[in-house]
Design a protein around this ligand. Structure first.
Ligand SMILES: Cc1ncc(COP(=O)(O)O)c(C=O)c1O
Length: 441
């Protein structure tokens, strides 16, 4: 396997990230968070050998749109379809075996919600579905009977539409929507603004753990604590966060947390974890003669993509192996490497004339490697046309967060240029991106 590191990579490895943290403002010190200087450098040969699609002439940097799947996930899907092409629940051996594999997969996926600490949720707390959008829509349907006219739901204008639209639809039954709006100057959702929105009628607070455009992580624990004090529950979109940092669902104190496996190195499916109390609130979306007591049974109407769930269980296995290979936590090594890549890109971008970085201008633990920008020198689509021709896959648009784009004073139609890195990207690839951007900016 070829090493993709350039000659001068050592300075980044050795120096780690010495930028002052920015968006991690207020993030609680996690006992699982290893400081960047403690993390072992990522063994990129080891990492990249696990992703067959990286053996390509293309540099893939649209990972927040969809990451590259693990080879193990691909193999598991194929094997499952070959060997267990059956429905669950029958007494014949292949069906019984398939049931065992699904139980194992669900338990593995549950483990992802505790990779950063806290107890592992029970498998019944994990609902599997086609996408986060579909799971959150089902969640809204399952919560609808608990809401009466005048009840309030807070949504943000910084979210992907997946965690906005399903809640807006509840207005038809008299639910009142309140908007937690981003401050255009700081590009942050401020806790003070949230405090002003929470009332005795607030039932639910829906927010994104990290914006898929700004790349900034919110202090989920502090937000959940405020909501709880007001008697509200929290539904969190973790899609943009989960590929980059460990999850600690139980410790955060939220009731629902969803993310998509196809952005976390797996296939096209998604998972939604419910707290025990949250699960108890859900109406049953399953057949009337089925009365499941757990969240999975209530939310998963009919079959779910079994082979994809089995494939997705390659992700926790990979993260465990990655951690073991690096002598610690997988996400400590991931975070340090991502910080190195993000620092290089931001340091190159920020001083260029006409550039406006849409998000924090410096890397740090709470700053994910999703870098958006606009330039006065070229339209976003022109920039991307340039990188396309250099076989560097990035993207422009509003990324299904058009309300955020407009709130920041940008054009919904053209949006921003977004570079979204993953831990398998290399510094050499960032240099190739920079060369491609150089011609456009
Ligand atoms: C932050 C965020 N939330 C939700 C979604 C929706 O995910 P899905 O395609 O699984 O519905 C996306 C997809 O891009 C996203 O980036």
């Amino acid at each position: 396997m070829r090493c993709f590191l350039p000659e001068n990579a050592g300075q980044y490895w050795a120096g780690q990230c010495n930028k002052p943290p920015c968006y991690d403002r207020g993030l609680p010190p996690s006992k699982n968070r290893v400081s960047l200087t403690e993390a072992a450098p990522l063994d990129l040969d080891w990492v990249r050998s696990r992703f067959p699609a990286l053996r390509s002439d293309w540099v893939l940097m649209d990972n927040a749109g969809g990451s590259t799947p693990l080879g193990a996930a691909v193999d598991r899907i194929a094997e499952y379809l070959r060997r267990w092409p059956v429905q669950l629940g029958a007494s014949y051996t292949p069906s019984a075996e398939a049931g065992e594999l699904q139980a194992e997969a669900r338990a593995g996926l549950a483990g992802l919600f505790a990779s950063g600490g806290g107890p592992v949720p029970s498998p019944g707390q994990i609902a599997i579905g086609a996408s986060t959008t579909s799971l959150l829509s089902r969640l809204a349907r399952a919560l609808a009977p608990t809401l009466v006219a005048g009840d309030e739901i807070i949504v943000t204008d910084a979210d992907h539409e997946a965690n906005i639209g399903p809640w807006l639809r509840l207005q038809s039954q008299g639910v009142v929507i309140r908007w937690w709006r981003i401050r255009p100057d700081s590009m942050q959702l401020e806790l003070d603004d949230l405090d002003a929105l929470l009332t005795a009628r607030t039932r639910l607070l829906c927010f994104t753990h990290a914006s898929n455009l700004l790349g900034s992580a919110l202090d989920i624990k502090a937000i959940a604590a405020r909501a709880r004090t007001a008697g509200a529950r929290c539904c969190v979109d973790g899609v943009a966060y989960a590929p980059h940092r460990a999850l600690a669902f139980a410790e955060w104190g939220v009731d629902w947390y969803a993310f998509s496996l196809y952005k976390v190195f797996g296939p096209h499916c998604a998972v939604l974890c419910s707290s025990p109390e949250g699960a108890g609130m859900l109406a049953n979306l399953n057949h009337e003669w089925m009365q499941p007591s757990d969240a999975a049974g209530r939310l998963e109407a009919g079959a779910y993509p079994y082979e994809l769930a089995w494939g997705a269980a390659a992700v926790p296995a990979y993260l465990e192996a990655l951690g073991a290979h690096h002598g610690g936590s997988a996400f400590a090594a991931i975070e340090a490497h991502e910080c190195t890549l993000t620092t290089r890109l931001l340091d190159w971008l920020a001083p260029r004339p006409g550039i406006r970085i849409i998000g924090a201008p410096a890397a740090g633990p709470g700053r994910l490697p999703t870098v958006s920008f606009v330039t006065s020198r070229a339209a976003p689509q022109a920039v991307v046309a340039h990188t396309d021709s250099a076989q560097v896959g990035i993207r422009h648009g509003h990324f299904y967060a058009p309300r955020l784009v407009e709130a920041l004073g940008l054009e919904r139609a053209t949006g921003v240029v977004r570079v979204s890195l993953a831990h398998y990207n290399t510094l050499a690839e960032v240099e190739r991106l920079i060369s491609a951007l150089d011609g456009a900016l």
